[in-house]
Each structure stands twice: as structure tokens, then as C-alpha cells.
Design a protein around this ligand. Structure first.
Ligand SMILES: *Cc1c(COP(=O)(O)O)cnc(C)c1O
Length: 354
């Protein structure tokens, strides 16, 4: 099935009407020249404004990801794209968005910032989407956005492909699939479906698999007609030239990327095996990402005990009972965590048996 939604009808009227800032560099595309157009200072080291459309970086990314530069938005982290999606499509105090919890917290934070009502539909016992619970909301034209995080943070699992197709086919708003952890999974990206679904936005990032979280560079893939609005609304120079250059450099070493991913995947397997040997481990959720969601005995206490040893994991026990989310680190860091857990377990046993 193909989907061709009238995107214009989803866009906030003020954004439709908006005449965007045209930067000096929008008007002259050449690289050479005497640039006296942008009030830059001719002295200084990073004295020139960066390319507002990040053309060179986009080409490098598209070569790796098999995408089209004409369908790629780059943001100051993919978080920027999440915020922009609310600002483009959701009228504050009127429009709504759907999320499936437990999931990535920023969907809610940006909804709150933009005064957009969030419809929070809990995932089922296997952390999958229950279609029956979602479709009734599709009758409401004020529901503009639907977020699917796959692999899901913090649970680590993929969302069923057939379910996502059903949602894509039935929902008349914008479907955002967040693939922040796609590099750790064998699942194909949804980028290839953008041609068929003009209401699909796929988020990816250089923060996780590529190890560039400090650079703040996120991708959002979408049809040209949707990208038009992202470019209209974004800050003109949203990615610094230093960050663009650093990313281009790091993206050139695919062999290193692959070997780092392999190390992390091997470490993930080792951590699963070792954690399963501990009696304080209750359950390890299967993961397609670079973290494990683990159910422990008394997670809050364990979390504090680890903090005391300067080992910091993410306490998710408020969203999944007794669960800690553990990022896969360097082999030596993972070993430190395992040793700390073993010591905590031994202390516990010695107290019980004393
Ligand atoms: C980390 C993360 C992001 C944020 O990525 P940035 O590009 O660093 O902003 C987005 N979505 C999910 C699910 C994440 O876990």
C-alpha cells in the first residue's frame, strides 16, 4: 500500500504562512569569493558561519546509509527533530501525540514544552504495541504525531514490523519511527519505506552506534514535502562547522565503526551470560541495542550500592518493576560492574546466613 497524505493539512497554519529567515549563504551558493555578507569577522579561527544545509556531511551520511540528501534533515541531536516535529504539526493546547510507554522520555518532555497533550498507551507484557488500543484514537483529527521507538529505549526490544505497517497504513497523521539504536540491530531500517509513506519520519543519530554523542548530530529522514517544513522552521546554522567536520572525519572509518559495534555486541552477550549467573538477577530482557534492561532483587538499593562504588547505571524501576538499564561499556568497565555486583551479592548472602 502506498500512502499519500495531504501534508499541508497537518501543518500548523502559522508555520504554513511563515516566511523563514533567509541567511546570506542561502542566496550565494559558491565556495570562493570575498564574503562581506554575513557580518563575520575576517580574523579568528572558526570565523565563518557553517553551511546551513550541511551538504558535505549529508553526502557522507547518505553514502553510508543509502539515503537521499534531499530527504535528510540534520539536527542538533535527533532531539532537535523531535522538538521541531511538535512545533511544525501540533498547535499548542489543541493537538495531541501518541507514545507507547515505557519509552524514551524526550517525547514527553517536548510535548510538555510545546503544550501538546500526550496520549500514553502502555506497551503489552512483551513490550509490544496493542493495535486495538491505538486505532480508536485515529478518529480524532487532532492527533497529529505517533512515536514508535524501535529498538525501544529502555526495554531494548524491536517493535513488531507488521504492527508498524498497520499503524503506517491506518494513521493519517505523522508516524515517527525512532531508530536511535538501529546500528546494534540486524533489523533493516524503515528509511526504505519513505518513498511509499509520505507521512513517515525516521530518526537516527550519530550519538549511539557511531559514538559521537558529544557532537550532537541527529538525522531525520522524510519525504521532500515534509523536509520543506523542517528546513523552514530550523535555526539557520543549527550545526556548528567544527561538529560537521569532526563527524565527516569520523564517518570515514567504517572499519573502526564495524569493529567497535562487534566488540559491544560481544560484550552484550558476555554481560547476559555473566549477569545470569548472579542470584540477584531476576530477569534480563532481550536487547537489540547497546544496553540491557535487567530486573534485580531490590533495584533501588542496588542502584545506590553501585553509586557508592562510582558505578552509574540508569534506575528505571519507576517504569519497569525493579529494573536497571545498563549501558554496555568497555570490556574493562563491564568487568568492574560485574565484580561490584558479585561483591554486593556476597555481602547479602553473608548477612542472610550469619
Ligand atoms: C539517545 C536517544 C536519542 C537522542 O539522540 P541524540 O541524537 O543524541 O539527540 C533519541 N532517541 C532515543 C530513543 C534515544 O535513546
Amino acid at each position: 500500500m502506498n500512502k499519500n497524505i495531504d501534508i499541508k493539512t497537518l501543518v500548523r497554519p502559522n508555520i504554513e504562512r511563515l516566511s523563514p529567515y533567509t541567511s546570506a549563504r542561502d542566496e550565494y551558493k559558491g565556495k570562493e569569493g570575498v564574503f562581506l555578507d554575513a557580518n563575520e569577522n575576517p580574523f579568528g579561527v572558526v570565523n565563518r558561519y557553517p553551511d546551513p544545509y550541511q551538504k558535505e556531511l549529508k553526502e557522507v551520511i547518505c553514502n553510508i546509509k543509502n539515503g537521499k540528501t534531499s530527504q535528510l534533515f540534520l539536527g542538533n541531536g535527533s532531539d532537535e527533530a523531535i522538538d521541531l516535529a511538535y512545533r511544525i504539526f501540533c498547535e499548542p493546547k489543541r493537538d495531541k501525540a501518541i507514545v507507547f510507554s515505557p519509552t524514551y522520555g524526550m517525547y514527553e518532555v517536548y510535548a510538555n514544552i510545546n503544550e501538546v497533550e500526550l496520549i500514553d498507551i502502555p506497551l503489552d507484557g512483551n513490550f509490544q504495541i496493542d493495535i486495538e488500543k491505538v486505532t480508536p484514537y485515529f478518529k480524532d483529527p487532532q492527533v497529529k504525531l505517533l512515536f514508535i521507538c524501535s529498538p525501544n529505549n529502555p526495554t531494548g526490544n524491536l517493535i513488531n514490523r507488521e504492527t508498524i505497517f498497520t499503524l503506517l497504513n491506518q494513521f493519517k497523521g505523522i508516524v515517527i519511527i525512532d531508530e536511535a539504536y538501529i546500528d546494534f540491530s540486524n533489523e533493516p531500517s524503515w528509511i526504505s519505506e519513505i518513498e511509499r509513506y509520505n507521512n513517515l519520519i525516521v530518526l537516527q543519530t550519530l550519538s549511539k552506534g557511531w559514538g559521537m554523542a558529544g557532537l550532537r548530530i541527529g538525522m531525520a529522514w522524510m519525504k521532500e514535502e515534509v523536509l520543506y517544513y523542517f528546513n523552514k522552521v530550523k535555526s539557520p546554522y543549527n550545526l556548528s562547522s567544527i561538529n560537521q567536520e569532526a563527524a565527516i572525519k569520523q564517518l570515514s572509518d567504517i572499519a573502526l565503526f564495524n569493529s567497535n559495534i562487534n566488540v559491544l555486541l560481544e560484550e552484550r552477550t558476555r554481560m547476559i551470560n555473566e549477569l545470569n549467573k548472579l542470584s540477584i538477577t531476576k530477569f534480563i530482557y532481550s536487547s537489540n541495542a547497546n544496553y540491557l534492561l535487567v530486573e534485580f532483587e531490590e533495584a533501588d538499593q542496588l542502584y545506590k550500592a553501585l553509586i557508592n562504588q562510582e558505578i552509574i547505571v540508569r534506575n528505571r524501576s519507576k517504569v519497569v518493576d525493579n529494573a536497571l538499564r545498563i549501558s554496555i561499556g568497555l570490556p574493562s568497565e563491564n568487568t568492574k560492574l560485574l565484580n561490584a555486583l558479585k561483591n554486593i551479592e556476597n555481602e547479602k548472602e553473608s548477612i542472610i546466613y550469619r
